[in-house]
Design a protein around this ligand. Structure first.
Ligand code: 13P
Ligand code: G3H
Ligand code: ZN
Ligand code: ZN
Length: 309
């Protein structure tokens, strides 16, 4: 099976009230860990590449690794650009074999976001590629800018409807209280489910996307800190909230931080317990396994997409 777009996956996820995991990939071990998990769980999968990942690993290396993953696993995999910031990067990924792109015009004024998103949608749809847009800005730090007025950044439901109608996007990332990274909440974690419900009701059948959706699993933070790390005050989105969002029209849940923590915790532990080791395979093999186990857990207990091929 070749790479697929997000279209069919989202349709089934919406109807089945579950979500597809969109995992950020940067290298072979991360890709293999995620894909092995999805294969064992027989789950649909989105692998996503940020501009930073594309710069780090190079487009062609990630492309070939993901092509290998498709062939090796036989799974329907969608290869998606995460947070494309302009038309040029979206075009490069569409021309370069990605089956889905995100154009993130969320920091632009509403009309400019619409114009840019529409331009990408027109280019992408002519080539059979799906597009994710973003409206509202995630709380916390995004694009190196700290957003302080949380409420002001949440997605406006009326604008969301207008945005979807005028751009023709296939999915929409919304802001309801999640944020990127390991420090999502200072106090009690809360998401604006009322807002999600409103947006979802006003856009029936339309797939929504939740960014910043790592749970910052305490076991990995603790392990990092136990073996020399210094990660203080980290907090993520509780898993039951993600499960609930998946039943309310959220069809794509973005996870990067939890991959980073799983991998780093494993490597820290290995090197601390085996100070004589210096073959990268000795610590990357368990790190890959840690990613696999974490992703299996997400697929089963958070995304609820196990066996949904
Ligand atoms: O939204 C994300 C990628 O676009 C990742 O979010 P996390 O930092 O919560 O993993
Ligand atoms: O949303 C951001 C993702 O976690 C990717 O992060 P990155 O730009 O550091 O690769
Ligand atoms: Zn954004
Ligand atoms: Zn994101």
């Amino acid at each position: 099976m070749p790479l697929v777009t997000s279209k069919e996956m989202f349709k089934k996820a919406y109807e089945g009230k579950y979500a597809i995991g969109a995992f950020n990939v940067n290298n072979m071990e991360i890709i293999q860990g995620i894909v092995d998990a999805a294969k064992e769980e027989q789950a649909p999968l989105i692998l996503q590449v940020s501009a930073g990942a594309r710069k780090y690993a190079k487009h062609i290396y990630l492309m070939k690794l993901v092509e290998a993953a498709v062939e090796d696993s036989g799974l329907p995999i969608c290869l998606h650009l995460d947070h494309g910031e302009d038309f040029e990067i979206c075009k490069a990924c569409i021309d370069g074999g990605f089956t889905s792109v995100m154009i993130d015009g969320s920091k632009l004024p509403f009309e400019e976001n619409i114009a840019l998103t529409k331009k990408v949608v027109d280019y992408a749809h002519e080539r059979g590629v799906t597009v994710e847009g973003e409206l509202g800005r995630l709380a916390g730090v995004e694009d190196a800018v700290k957003v302080s007025e949380r409420e002001a950044t949440y997605t406006d439901p009326d604008q969301a409807v207008e945005f979807v109608e005028r751009t023709g996007v296939d999915s929409l990332a919304i802001a309801i209280g999640t944020s990127h990274g390991a420090y999502k909440f200072k106090g009690e974690p809360t998401l604006d489910f009322e807002r999600l419900e409103k947006i979802s009701k006003m856009l029936p059948g339309f797939p929504l996307v939740l960014h910043g959706a790592s749970s910052v699993l305490p076991e990995f933070v603790a392990k990092c800190n136990q073996y020399g790390g210094k990660i203080q005050g980290a907090q993520g989105v509780p898993e039951e909230m993600l499960l609930k969002a998946g039943q309310m029209g959220v069809c794509k849940i973005n996870i990067d931080t939890d991959l980073r923590l799983a991998m780093t915790a494993s490597i820290r532990e290995h090197l601390a317990l085996h100070p004589g080791d210096f073959d990268p395979r000795q610590y990357l093999k368990p790190a890959r396994e840690a990613i696999k186990n974490m992703v299996k857990h997400k697929i089963r207990n958070v995304l609820n997409c196990s066996g949904r091929l």
